[in-house]
Design a protein around this ligand. Structure first.
Ligand SMILES: Cc1cc2nc3c(=O)[nH]c(=O)nc-3n(C[C@H](O)[C@H](O)[C@H](O)COP(=O)(O)OP(=O)(O)OC[C@H]3O[C@@H](n4cnc5c(N)ncnc54)[C@H](O)[C@@H]3O)c2cc1C
Length: 390
C-alpha cells in the first residue's frame, strides 16, 4: 500500500479514539484512525454513566442526537454504606441533571457509522514508529505500510503498545475484578442509580430502560470469582440484601460475568510527537463512573487547544497544563472511593454521608465535581450545558 500522510494519526478506535476522530472531522483537520478490531462486530451491553458535562460534549461533537433516544436518564442517586446508618440522596430536582446511562457499544457504533464515509478509519495494528521520519508502521493482515504524520494520539487502551514502544512509566494500583450483569425489577426503577459501599467492595446499580439495572460490583479477584460461580438465585439474594428491598422485588439476575479492573496512570502523558489519551493515559476504577467522562473532557480540551494553537511545539504542553488539575483530582477521588473510604470505621462513613446529605452547599459541590464541572471547560461547551437532555 502507498504511504499515507495526515496531520493527526489516532492509534486505537475505542470510544475515546472515535470521539476524538469525530472532533477532528468537525474541525477539518486531516487525520487517520487505526484500530485492530474495527471489523469485529460489537457484542453484549456495556452500560456507561455519562455526566451532564459529557452529554454537553457529545452534543458539541454532534453525536448526542443519534444516541439520546437509547439512553436512560438518572433522576436520583442513592449512596449508602453497608455497615453504617445514614445515606445520601442526590436528586435531579435539586441539582438539575444527574446524567444518563448509555450502552458503550451503541455509542461506538453510532460514531463509526458517522465516520464510515470519511475513509479515515483503517483496520490495522500499530507496530512501530520512527521519530526521525515521523512515520508509523501499521500491519494489515499479512501486509505492512507506513503513515507519515505530524502527531500521534495513542488511544490504544490500558495495555497501550505505543506506551510500551516508548518505554514510558505508569503508576499501577493492585488489580481487582468487577462482577457485571443485569437485574430485572418487578417495579420501574424511576431513574434511580444506587451506589453502596458493601463490606466486600463498592456496588453500583445503574438504571437501564424502565425495569432493568446494570450491576457493577468491584471485588477482590477471589470474591469476584466466587460470586461468578454462584447460582443466579444466590447472587439475587445477595443483591436483595444490599438493596434492603428499596427497589421492590428482583425478578431475575442475568449475564453475570467478571471483568478485570486495571488501574493505571501515566504521570507523563506525552513523548516526542505522541500524546496519550483515554485508558492508555489513565485507566480508572469504575467506582465513580469517571473513566470515559474524564477522557471526554481531555478530548474536547485537546480539540480546543488545536483550534487555538494549531499543531506546534506549544500544543501538548498547553493541553497537559489545562488538564492537570482535573485529572489529578478525579484520580485521587476515584482511588479514595475504591479503597481508602472502606478503611474508615462504619460510623465515620455514616457521619460523612449524613453531613453531605444535610448540607446543600456540600452536596452541590460534590455533585459539580461528579458532573465534570469542577474545573474550567472550553468556552464552546458551556452553551450546550444549558440545553435539556434531548
Ligand atoms: C466495569 C466498568 C464500568 C465502567 N463504567 C463507566 C461509567 O459508568 N462511566 C465512565 O465514564 N466510564 C466508565 N468506565 C470506563 C470506560 O469504559 C473507559 O474509560 C473507556 O472504555 C476507555 O476507552 P478507550 O477508548 O480509552 O480504551 P479502549 O476501549 O480499551 O480502546 C482501545 C482501542 O485500542 C485498540 N488497540 C489496542 N492496541 C492496538 C494496536 N496495537 N493497534 C491498533 N489498535 C489497538 C483496541 O482494539 C481498542 O479498540 C467503566 C469501565 C469498566 C471496566
Amino acid at each position: 500500500m502507498k504511504k499515507q500522510t495526515c496531520d493527526v494519526l489516532i492509534i486505537g478506535g475505542g470510544i475515546v479514539g472515535l470521539s476524538l476522530a469525530k472532533g477532528l472531522e468537525q474541525l477539518g483537520i486531516s487525520y487517520r484512525l487505526v484500530d485492530e478490531s474495527l471489523s469485529k462486530p460489537f457484542s453484549g451491553i456495556r452500560p456507561l454513566a455519562l455526566s451532564k458535562t459529557s452529554i454537553a460534549i457529545l452534543k458539541y461533537l454532534n453525536i448526542w442526537s443519534s444516541v439520546w433516544a437509547q439512553t436512560t436518564n438518572i433522576r436520583n442517586i442513592h449512596v449508602s454504606v453497608e455497615s453504617a446508618f445514614g445515606h445520601l440522596l442526590l436528586n435531579e430536582k435539586q441539582l438539575e441533571h444527574l446524567g444518563a446511562v448509555i450502552d458503550l457499544n451503541e455509542l461506538q457504533k453510532a460514531i463509526c457509522a458517522q465516520l464510515h464515509e470519511t475513509k479515515a478509519l483503517i483496520n490495522g495494528r500499530f507496530l512501530s514508529f520512527d521519530a526521525k521520519t515521523q512515520t508509523v508502521t501499521i500491519q494489515q493482515d499479512e501486509a505492512f505500510f507506513d503513515i507519515e504524520t505530524k502527531i500521534i494520539i495513542a488511544a490504544d487502551g490500558a495495555l497501550s503498545s505505543v506506551r510500551k514502544a516508548c518505554g514510558l512509566p505508569v503508576e499501577l494500583e493492585p488489580e481487582q475484578e468487577a462482577v457485571i450483569g443485569m437485574l430485572s425489577l418487578k417495579h420501574p426503577h424511576e431513574g434511580l442509580a444506587f451506589e453502596r459501599f458493601t463490606d466486600i467492595g463498592p456496588l453500583a446499580l445503574l438504571p437501564w430502560h424502565t425495569h432493568d439495572m446494570a450491576i457493577v460490583w468491584s471485588l477482590s479477584k477471589k470474591n469476584a470469582q466466587l460470586m461468578r460461580d454462584q447460582h443466579f438465585s444466590d447472587v439475587k439474594d445477595r443483591l436483595e440484601k444490599q438493596l434492603a428491598h428499596r427497589m421492590g422485588d428482583i425478578l431475575s439476575v442475568q449475564s453475570i460475568r467478571t471483568y478485570p479492573l486495571r488501574q493505571i496512570f501515566m504521570p507523563v502523558q506525552s513523548y516526542q510527537n505522541i500524546l496519550f489519551l483515554g485508558n492508555a493515559a489513565h485507566t480508572l476504577h469504575p467506582v465513580a463512573g469517571q473513566g470515559f467522562n474524564l477522557s471526554l473532557r481531555d478530548v474536547v480540551t485537546f480539540l480546543s487547544v488545536l483550534q487555538e494553537y494549531g499543531i506546534s511545539s506549544d500544543t501538548f504542553p498547553i493541553y497537559l497544563l489545562r488538564r492537570k488539575k482535573d485529572q489529578e483530582f478525579t484520580l485521587k477521588l476515584t482511588r479514595f472511593l475504591a479503597s481508602g473510604f472502606n478503611r474508615f470505621p462504619g460510623f465515620i462513613k455514616g457521619i460523612g454521608l449524613i453531613a453531605l446529605s444535610n448540607h446543600l452547599g456540600l452536596r452541590q459541590t460534590f455533585s459539580n465535581y461528579a458532573q465534570g464541572l469542577g474545573y474550567p471547560l472550553p468556552e464552546e461547551i458551556y452553551n450546550f450545558l444549558e440545553e435539556g437532555h434531548e
